[in-house]
Design a binder for this molecule. Structure first.
Ligand SMILES: Nc1ncnc2c1ncn2[C@@H]1O[C@H](COP(=O)(O)OP(=O)(O)OP(=O)(O)O)[C@@H](O)[C@H]1O
Length: 244
């Protein structure tokens, strides 16, 4: 695996893009609250925006609601109160097809990876492009290059069940990035890799951001966050504090 990384630049991550405050937010929450079933409110009074081409960390102690907030942005759960607007559209007014259309504009790295076990790594990563109707020949080089980037070039024809947790995580990251989505939501995307590899993956997220993607990385990892001068969305006691 090391060889595949030899040509990577190990310099500090490049500076983040400046965002234009006048652009329509990619995500906007207005007084949002959420509870699971009849349980207590997990998140309360959330009002914030995520701008186009912006980069932010989402952090807070275990159980603070980071995954829940990502699920709200992914529209896989609905708020119990307040308004969620994604790509300028208010989520409660959108039908199922509309939601699918909005989700296709996002890349998501789930904590549990969600790779398809009956497809090879290459096929998993290529799947979002196939769903877009593209032919294999048109994306083969892109998929191979990205798999090389994350150090999985030599593993691309294996099935996910034989991979380590860190390898699965990198494959899940490659799948989320391959379409250059407008919004990337990543839940602890470096939780299963060593610090050196975590830095390289962070660099990949920053490169994606430089190409125009808004990036949200949920993490506990202070060392990782300290590498980038990025906005921090900090959850605690159900509330959100923003450190610009
Ligand atoms: N499906 C669910 N049903 C009921 N409660 C849930 C559900 N999912 C999460 N919770 C509760 O909501 C709270 C927030 O969970 P969440 O997974 O969003 O936190 P987190 O900040 O992502 O935690 P971690 O850092 O440990 O992954 C927790 O108290 C959790 O027990």
């Amino acid at each position: 695996m090391k060889d595949e990384f030899d040509d990577l630049d190990d310099d500090a991550p490049p500076p983040l893009l400046d965002t234009d405050a006048e652009d329509i937010p990619v995500v906007h929450f207005e007084n949002v609250g959420v509870r699971y079933g009849l349980g207590p409110e997990i998140l309360r009074d959330l009002t914030f925006s995520i701008g186009p081409r912006s980069f932010q960390f989402l952090t807070g102690p275990s159980g603070a609601g980071k995954t829940t907030l990502l699920r709200l942005m992914l529209m896989s759960i609905a708020p119990t109160r307040g308004l969620v607007t994604i790509f300028g559209e208010e989520v409660s007014r959108i039908d199922k097809e509309g939601l699918t259309g909005l989700r296709r504009r996002m890349g998501v790295v789930f904590q549990d990876f969600r790779l398809l076990d009956h497809l090879t790594l290459y096929e998993n990563v290529a799947l979002p492009l196939r769903v877009q109707g593209r032919e294999d020949a048109s994306y083969r080089a892109e998929v191979t290059e990205l798999l090389d980037w994350v150090g999985l070039g030599r593993r691309m024809h294996v099935m996910p069940p034989v991979l380590s947790g860190g390898e699965k995580q990198r494959a899940a990251i490659a799948r989320a990035l391959i379409t250059q989505p407008e919004l990337l939501l990543a839940d602890e995307p470096t939780g299963n890799v060593d610090p050196g590899l975590a830095r390289r993956l962070l660099r990949l997220f920053i490169e994606l951001n430089r190409l125009g993607t808004s990036v949200v990385i949920a993490t506990h990892d202070l060392t990782l966050m300290d590498l980038v001068d990025a906005r921090r969305l900090v959850l605690g006691d159900g509330h959100l504090l923003i450190d610009e």
